[in-house]
Ligand binder design. Structure first.
Ligand SMILES: [Ca+2]
Length: 358
C-alpha cells in the first residue's frame, strides 16, 4: 500500500471514529418537522420535560413549534409552558388553553413557575386564546398534510378540535381541517404491549397491558373513544409501557439547576413521595416519535385500529382499512434515555432571552 493510500485509509478510519463519537442521537439533515403540541402540563411534571425536549429538538433545527395548547383548566398552565419555552430561547410560541372549567384544575408546580420565571401569562390564563380557535388558526395556515400533532394529555382538546365548526380561520369542519392539514398524530396514551408488563417507577407490577387503564385515557374516556374513532389521519400511540422505565430528568436538573424545568420535576417527585429526581419519560417518547419517527428506536406497524371500552382499556385490532399503531421497544431503555437526556440537558443551556431566574 502506497503512502497516499495509507493516509486515506487512516483518514477514513478517523472520520468513522469521529462520527461514532458524536453520539447515537446525531439526526439526519432534514427540514424541521412542524409540530403542534397538546399537553396537560400542571399535573405530571413530565410534560415540562417534554416541552423542554421539544424546544431542544427545535433548537437543533429538527422541529418547528407551531403552537402549544393546554388541556387543563388550571389558569397557570399556559404561563408555565411559556416560561419553559422562554427559558429555552423561544418567547413567541402561540399558546392556547382549554376553556372548560374544572378539568384537571390543580398543580404542584405550574403557578410557582408562572409567577417566578419570565413569561407572557404570569397572572393566569384569562387572556390566553381558546385552544380550539388557536389550533384552527395555526393549522389552517400550514401546507396540506404537513402538521404533526403530538398529544401528551387526555383527549378532550383533540375531541374539541374534531368537533369544531367553520370560523373566520377556515370554512372547514374540524374533522375536514385535520384531514387536510395534519399528517399524523403521535399520542402518549393507552397500554398495548404483549411482552412488557406494566410497572411503576418503584418497580410495582400492575400486570399485563390488557388489564391496565392508562391515566390519559381514564381522565376523559368518552373523548378518547371519540378521537380514536373519528381522527382522520394515522395515529401512533406511545403506550404506558414505552416510557415507564426511562428516567432521564436528572441530567437536566444537573445541567440547568436554575431552570423552571429543574424546579418542576424534583418538586413534584418529592410531593408524590418518590426519592428519584426523574419521572418516567412517557410524554417525551411521543415528542421524539413525532419529530424523528420510528428511527432505530422503535418498531410499530400502523395497520389496525384502537378500540377503547367504557372502563378505559385500550385494545388494538388488526384492520387493513385503518392506520393506527403503537410503538414497540427496539432500542434499549438505557440508550434511548441517553438520547432524550442529552437533548433535554442542552435545551436549557441556550443563551437566555432577557432576564432569567427567580
Ligand atoms: Ca402529560
Amino acid at each position: 500500500m502506497g503512502f497516499a493510500r495509507l493516509c486515506s485509509v487512516i483518514l477514513l478510519a478517523l472520520s468513522l471514529v469521529v462520527l461514532a463519537s458524536r453520539g447515537v442521537d446525531a439526526a439526519p439533515a432534514m427540514p424541521p418537522v412542524p409540530i403542534f403540541l397538546d399537553t396537560d402540563v400542571c399535573v405530571d411534571p413530565g410534560d415540562v420535560s417534554a416541552v423542554t425536549l421539544l424546544n431542544g429538538l427545535a433548537n437543533r433545527g429538527e422541529a418547528k413549534i407551531l403552537g402549544i395548547t393546554c388541556v387543563t383548566s388550571f389558569p397557570y398552565a399556559p404561563g408555565c409552558v411559556d416560561a419553559v419555552c422562554c427559558w429555552c430561547g423561544r418567547s413567541d410560541v402561540p399558546i392556547g388553553s382549554l376553556k372548560d372549567s374544572g378539568f384537571l384544575d390543580e398543580s404542584k408546580y405550574a403557578q410557582y413557575v408562572a409567577n417566578n420565571w419570565p413569561n407572557r401569562y404570569p397572572d393566569g390564563s384569562r387572556n390566553v386564546p381558546d385552544a380550539v380557535a388557536l389550533f384552527r388558526r395555526v393549522v389552517s395556515n400550514q401546507p396540506d398534510h404537513s402538521v404533526v400533532m403530538v398529544a401528551i394529555g387526555p383527549a378532550r382538546n383533540l375531541a374539541h378540535f374534531l368537533q369544531s365548526k367553520a370560523d373566520s380561520a377556515s370554512p372547514l369542519s374540524g374533522r375536514d381541517l385535520i384531514a387536510m392539514k395534519v399528517k399524523h398524530l403521535s399520542f402518549m396514551a393507552g397500554a398495548f404491549s404483549k411482552t412488557r408488563r406494566i410497572k411503576d417507577q418503584m418497580g410495582k407490577d400492575y400486570g399485563p397491558s390488557e388489564t391496565f387503564i392508562e391515566w390519559n385515557v381514564q381522565q376523559d374516556i368518552p373523548a378518547f373513544q371519540y378521537v380514536v374513532k373519528n381522527w382522520p389521519t394515522p395515529i401512533m400511540f406511545s403506550g404506558f409501557e414505552i416510557g415507564q422505565e426511562i428516567l432521564v430528568d436528572g441530567s437536566m436538573v444537573t445541567a440547568t439547576p436554575q431552570s423552571p424545568q429543574a424546579y418542576c420535576v424534583p418538586t413534584t417527585q418529592r410531593a408524590f413521595g418518590y426519592r428519584n429526581v426523574s419521572r418516567p419519560a412517557w410524554d417525551q417518547t411521543a415528542i421524539l416519535y413525532g419529530v424523528r419517527g420510528l428511527s432505530n428506536y422503535w418498531g410499530g406497524a400502523m395497520e389496525g385500529r384502537v378500540v377503547v371500552d367504557d372502563q378505559g382499556h385500550t385494545i388494538w385490532r388488526a384492520d387493513p382499512t385503518r392506520h393506527q399503531g403503537f410503538l414497540e421497544p427496539k432500542m434499549s431503555d438505557a440508550e434511548l434515555g441517553e438520547i432524550i437526556s442529552q437533548i433535554q440537558a442542552e435545551a436549557g443551556q441556550i443563551k437566555p432571552l432577557g432576564e432569567r431566574g427567580r
